[in-house]
Ligand binder design. Structure first.
Ligand SMILES: [Zn+2]
Length: 344
C-alpha cells in the first residue's frame, strides 16, 4: 500500500489520500521549486519568468502548456508594487484555473529579508529568494539562515545568492568592475552554513540588456568547480536572457534606441543544466518582446488607440517566445514526467 503523500497546495501542507491526484485538488498545482528541481536536476533547467501583468501571465501559461513544460513564475519587489501585490496574486490564481494542466512554482525574485517574510506569510508563494549577496559573507549567511528557518517551517524553498552579477536589478546597479564570480569553495561553505535549497551563482552573466562587450561565453570552468563541491545541489543562473539581435533590430527600426546590447547564447542553457544549473532566469527578453510588439503595432497603425488588439498580439507572441525558450532549456515536453514524479 502506498503512503499518503504531502504536497504544497497554495503553501498549506495538505495530506493527500491515497491515489488522490494533486492536480485535481482545487484545480491547482502550485509546487515548490525544490520539487521541480528534484526531477530536473542534471537533465534540464526550469525556466523562471518574471511577470507584472495579466497579459504576461496569459502568454506565460499558454507558452508553457503549448510546450508542455513545468515553469517558475517570478515576482519581483517592483512587480508587487507596480499595480498591487494582491492584483498579481489574483491574476496568477485566475491563470491557474484557466490552465488547470499547468505545474509551476510561485517565487519571489531578489527579496530582502522583510519582503521574504511577507511572501512566506502570504500563503501564496512556494519559494523565495533572499538576496544578501551585496553583504559580506558572514552577514549573507546569517540573513539567509533566518529566512531559511522561517520558510522551511511552511514548506517553502529558499534560493540565496553568492557572488555579484553586473548590471541593474531592481534599484541596485553593480558596475562592471565590482561584479565578481562566485568562488566555488565559498559556495560550498555558504550552502552548508545557511541551509539554502538552491544557490544563484555569478558565472559570467549580468542583469539587463547589455550583458557582454563583444562575444563572451558562460564560465563553464567555474560552474564545473562549483558542481564538484556541491554535487546534486541546484544552481541558479540569473541574467540569462539572450537579447536576440533581430528583436533589438526590429525595436530600433520601429523608433527604439537600444544600442550595444548583448546576451547569453541560449544554446548554452542545456550544457549549463548538465552542470547543475536547474533554474534559469529570463526577464529582459520578455520585455523586448513587449516593446517590439507595441512599437511595431503603433508605428503601423498610428490612428489606433484601442490597446486590446495589440495586447492580444503580445499574448500570442509572448507565448511563442516562452515556448521557444523552454525548448532551449530542455524543459519542453517534461510536464507529464513531472506530474508522475510528484504524484507517485
Ligand atoms: Zn537576478
Amino acid at each position: 500500500m502506498r503512503r499518503a503523500k504531502t504536497v504544497v497546495k497554495n503553501i498549506f501542507q495538505i495530506e493527500l489520500a491515497e491515489n488522490e491526484y494533486p492536480h485535481t485538488f482545487r484545480g491547482t498545482m502550485i509546487v515548490t521549486t525544490d520539487q521541480l528541481f528534484k526531477v530536473a536536476y542534471g537533465k534540464y533547467a526550469v525556466g523562471a519568468y518574471n511577470i507584472n501583468n495579466a497579459e504576461q501571465a496569459m502568454g506565460l501559461f499558454k507558452g508553457c502548456i503549448d510546450s508542455q513544460a513545468p515553469f517558475i513564475i517570478q515576482i519581483s519587489k517592483g512587480a508587487r508594487k507596480y499595480t498591487d501585490k494582491r492584483m498579481l496574486e489574483a491574476v496568477i490564481r485566475a491563470a491557474d484555473t484557466i490552465f488547470p494542466e499547468a505545474i509551476f512554482a510561485v517565487h519571489l525574485d531578489h527579496g530582502d529579508e522583510e519582503t521574504c517574510y511577507d511572501c512566506i506569510n502570504s500563503g501564496f508563494f512556494s519559494s523565495v529568494m533572499i538576496d544578501a549577496s551585496h553583504d559580506p559573507f558572514e552577514k549573507n549567511v546569517a540573513i539567509t539562515k533566518r529566512v531559511v528557518e522561517a520558510a522551511h517551517k511552511k514548506g517553502i524553498s529558499v534560493e540565496a545568492e553568492l557572488g555579484m552579477l553586473g548590471g541593474v536589478e531592481e534599484d541596485i546597479k553593480v558596475e562592471d568592475g565590482n561584479a565578481c564570480l562566485t568562488d566555488p569553495k565559498e559556495a560550498e561553505e555558504f550552502v552548508k552554513q545557511s541551509g539554502c535549497d538552491s544557490l544563484a551563482c555569478a558565472i559570467g552573466t549580468s542583469h539587463g540588456a547589455f550583458k557582454f562587450k563583444g562575444k563572451q561565453s558562460l564560465r563553464f570552468d567555474v560552474l564545473e568547480k562549483i558542481k564538484a563541491r556541491l554535487p546534486q545541489f541546484p544552481l541558479v543562473m540569473h541574467g540569462s536572457s539572450s537579447v536576440p539581435k533581430d528583436e533589438v533590430d526590429r525595436i530600433n527600426q520601429a523608433g527604439g534606441k537600444i544600442q550595444d546590447s548583448a546576451g547569453v547564447d541560449p544554446n548554452e542553457y542545456l550544457p549549463a543544466s548538465k552542470l547543475g544549473v536547474t533554474k534559469i532566469n529570463i526577464d529582459t527578453d520578455g520585455r523586448l518582446v513587449w516593446t517590439r510588439v507595441h512599437r511595431e503595432f503603433f508605428r503601423d497603425k498610428p490612428g489606433e488607440f484601442d490597446f486590446r488588439p495589440v495586447g492580444k498580439i503580445f499574448i500570442e507572441e509572448y507565448a511563442k517566445f516562452i515556448n521557444s525558450r523552454n525548448h532551449f532549456l530542455g524543459s519542453a515536453g517534461q510536464l507529464e514526467t513531472v506530474r508522475k514524479a510528484l504524484t507517485q
